[in-house]
Design a protein around this ligand. Structure first.
Ligand SMILES: [Fe+2]
Ligand SMILES: [Fe+2]
Length: 208
């Protein structure tokens, strides 16, 4: 973990997530009545988060601090996967195959090609930061709105953890590229994500 990791309270106070478009409130209503599907989709989000960190580590091994910060994040994301699986099992829900993740596919299409290795890494770090920020926002909605007390506590805990990951990714990006350039590019990412979200069908069986 980066030492000056910002707490969830500080990050919300400073409006650190900075998402341009809040989630449509209808999403949490339909998600709360599709718990089996949302939990299965969530399990795969955690798997993808772990896989994505592993992939950054093996594609960019020369970036020492990134490797050292993301190695424990892989373990945390896999622990989240395990925790979601336990929620699925204890409710007698069925696990299944992953679904196509249109949200992530559309974010990937915005990745800038070319540039130096640190430019490419920075792009991936910002995309990961964005996914963490949106997950964090959605976990907050689940925490605040679900009727199931155990799941509320579960999502509260995960929300705090993903907020920490979001800060990790942004701080790493600012380490490997001029922070002002990162800010400018981050704004472009936020605007792109707003457009993606606007056009995405609201589904209760998808975390995004
Ligand atoms: Fe996670
Ligand atoms: Fe995360």
């Amino acid at each position: 973990m980066i030492k000056d990791k910002m707490s969830w309270q500080e990050s919300t106070k400073n409006k650190m997530l900075r998402l341009e478009l809040p989630t449509d409130p209808r999403w949490v209503d339909i998600a709360s009545i599709s718990l089996e599907a949302i939990l299965v989709d969530h399990a795969y989000c955690e798997q993808k988060a772990a896989s994505s960190c592993i992939s950054l580590i093996i594609k960019y091994p020369e970036f020492d601090e990134m490797v050292d910060v993301l190695t424990p994040v892989v373990a945390e994301e896999w622990q989240h996967f395990d925790a979601v699986m336990q929620q699925i099992r204890k409710r007698g829900y069925k696990f299944g195959f992953p679904r196509k993740d249109n949200y992530v596919v559309q974010l990937q299409s915005f990745l800038k090609k070319g540039g130096s290795r640190s430019d490419q890494l920075t792009e991936l770090l910002l995309m990961n930061a964005l996914i963490e920020a949106r997950s964090c926002e959605r976990f907050k909605l689940l925490w605040k709105n679900l009727k199931d007390k155990e799941l509320c506590d579960f999502y509260h805990e995960l929300m705090i953890s993903e907020a920490g990951h979001y800060v990790n990714f942004i701080q790493l990006a600012k380490k490997y590229k001029d922070p002002e350039m990162v800010e400018l590019r981050w704004q472009e990412w936020l605007e792109h994500e707003k457009e993606v979200l606007k056009d995405l069908e609201i589904r209760g069986d998808r975390m995004h």
